[in-house]
Design a protein around this ligand. Structure first.
Ligand code: ASP
Length: 339
């Protein structure tokens, strides 16, 4: 019989109504979980329950909370066969991406889940999300950081929140689903991450100053020059389509050359959820390429942000970080030869 740890960090699943709106309610949720008959069934793994203090709406999560979750998993790694992290949906894809990098040589399931409707409400989707995540974590077939939500098991660092009101809140636009949970759980084993044999390690992140810029028609690059100080370490740029940008009126190259001297790393992602960045396809994408920006390939913005934090923690040389940014580290991007 396998044993898993359920870690409650906050989010809608454990919230109750207050005059100001839904808010995490640890006592309510703990009590509800401990009284859920299905969780005592023989079909379920054994489980322990923990919660973070404070419980948070995930829109308030920071690098410190990612580190705390990573640390709790690391401290309990030997004791459990799998982990279910209950988390708000708003930043679940960021936390899942962060944990995928932070937990090196992970060889156990870490399943993030939550709900769109709180468990205290009659139509809550939290019950199935919790039960199925526990089964997946207990079965131990998939041994990577995943999101389970609304019947789909997705690779964490390939996921993005797609819907604020549908029960299938997450999608993995550039990678196949890892499992479909219908009457039975159908795993797509060929899509699982290949296991590395090394020793498990948790590598917490430093709070490196990182930015995300989304371009739009009429975007004026020169207005951003003032924020490109040497305090800023990395910028993820969400461009159009396969990596195109509005006319930069020739300001980009000198601006990025200065930024490069300050060691700032630019990663080019796409505003299209389903896309692979290729800055050489159109002339309109060439300015960033000429200025030495790095292609985010088919990475989500969430994965690119988490990967920047991770790489700035591991290396201090900007060129090394740029090189590694284009490599597939935890299944977060499709290697060039497979595109
Ligand atoms: N605001 C909530 C959160 O992210 C939304 C949710 O859980 O669905 O914590």
């Amino acid at each position: 019989m396998s044993k898993i740890l359920i870690l409650h960090t906050g989010g809608t699943i454990g919230m109750t109504r207050t005059p100001d709106g839904y808010k995490p309610d640890g006592a309510y949720f703990r009590n509800a979980v401990f009284h859920m008959d299905s969780l005592k069934s023989h079909a379920m793994p054994e489980w322990d329950f923990m919660e973070t203090d404070p419980l948070l709406d995930s829109s308030r999560m920071t690098v410190a909370e990612w580190n705390m979750i990573g640390k709790i998993i690391a401290e309990n790694y030997e004791k459990y066969d799998g982990f279910v992290i209950l988390h708000g949906t708003d930043t679940m894809a960021y936390t899942a991406s962060a944990l995928s990098f932070m937990l090196k040589n992970l060889n156990k399931p870490v399943i993030l889940t939550g709900s769109q409707i709180p468990l205290c409400e009659t139509r809550s989707d939290g019950r199935d999300n919790l039960i199925t995540s526990m089964i997946i974590a207990g079965e131990g077939k998939v041994r990577e950081v995943c999101i389970y939500f609304g019947g789909l098991l997705l690779r964490g660092n390939r996921s993005t929140k797609y819907s604020a009101d549908g029960m299938q809140a997450f999608q993995s636009p550039n990678y196949p689903v890892l499992a479909n949970a219908g009457i039975s759980i159908q795993y797509n084993e060929s899509a699982f991450l290949k296991q590395s044999m090394g020793r498990f390690e948790c590598k917490p992140f430093a709070e490196v100053p990182i930015g995300v810029i989304k371009v739009f028609p009429g975007f004026r690059f020169e207005l951003f020059e003032s924020i490109m100080t040497d305090r800023l370490k990395g910028v993820v740029v969400e461009t159009f389509g396969s990596g195109n940008i509005p006319d930069d009126k020739g300001v980009l190259l000198p601006m990025l050359t200065k930024a490069k001297e300050k060691g700032i790393v630019f990663i080019i992602c796409s505003q299209c959820p389903q896309a692979t960045v290729d800055m050489s396809t159109y002339e309109a994408g060439s300015a960033f390429r000429k200025a030495g920006a790095v292609s985010g390939s088919d990475m989500t913005t969430e994965a690119a942000v988490a990967k920047l934090y991770y790489l700035f923690n591991v290396y201090d040389d900007a060129e090394r970080i740029k090189f590694s940014m284009e490599q597939n580290i935890r299944g977060e991007l499709t290697p060039k030869e497979d595109l």
